[in-house]
Ligand binder design. Structure first.
Ligand code: SF4
Length: 100
């Protein structure tokens, strides 16, 4: 299965049409069941390399943070990294969605 940005509705998010992940397999960004350790790390590193070259990385990252995307690599961040950022924002009183 291929997708644009992780098979989500694009009508409200035209920026996703410019994502560097367009046409890539979702499996590069989302872990399969039971993937652990070095395999997960290697897959995530590969996904993040795609994000590093993406022209809409900042939009994607803020989208994922604002809606609390629980799974996958979005905007160059993995699941744990997003949880950490959201935790910091919560503790500092910063809204989930950064002001635009
Ligand atoms: S930042 Fe990554 S996940 Fe987001 S659109 Fe770009 S390539 Fe896709």
């Amino acid at each position: 299965m291929t997708s644009s940005v992780h098979s989500v509705a694009v009508d409200e998010r035209q920026w996703q049409q410019h994502g560097a992940c367009g046409g890539l397999e979702d499996a590069r960004f989302f872990h399969p069941d039971n993937e652990r350790g070095p395999d997960r790390l290697a897959r995530e590193e590969g996904a993040k390399r795609v994000c590093d070259a993406c022209p809409v990385l900042d939009r994607c990252r803020e989208h994922a943070l604002s809606v609390g995307e629980p799974y996958g690599v979005w905007g160059g961040l993995g699941e744990g990294e997003r949880r950490a950022i959201l935790g910091l924002r919560r503790r500092s009183g910063t809204p989930r969605q950064a002001p635009s």
